[in-house]
Design a protein around this ligand. Structure first.
Ligand SMILES: [Zn+2]
Length: 98
């Protein structure tokens, strides 16, 4: 396996161990994943639904409500990161099928 972390995005320094990047990513993302599914994440739509903030609009693009769907699939500001993530996930899946 390459020493390059498969999870970190360009420009971000990854602190995970190179031989177990997927396990480390899953370890870190599990609580946030649960919070997103339950509507308790730091996303503005979730915080707005509990009256923690007054505005549910995405601060990255200011065009839509910042909910889970928008954050992961639609926010134009995150388009490059989304493409990078999908390419890396595709590579991981392709490597696991060989
Ligand atoms: Zn947005």
């Amino acid at each position: 396996m390459s020493n390059e972390c498969l999870i970190s995005l360009p420009g971000n320094t990854c602190t995970c161990t190179a031989d177990k990047p997927i396990a480390f990513f899953l370890y870190l993302s599990a609580p946030l994943h649960s919070h997103m599914r339950m509507g308790l994440s730091p996303l503005n739509a979730h915080r707005h639904s509990y009256n923690f903030i007054n505005n549910n609009v995405c601060l990255l693009c200011s065009t839509r409500i910042e909910n889970t769907f928008h954050y992961f699939l639609k926010c134009p500001t995150l388009a490059n990161q989304r493409v990078t993530l999908m390419n890396r996930v595709t590579n991981i899946l392709l490597m696991s099928n060989t």
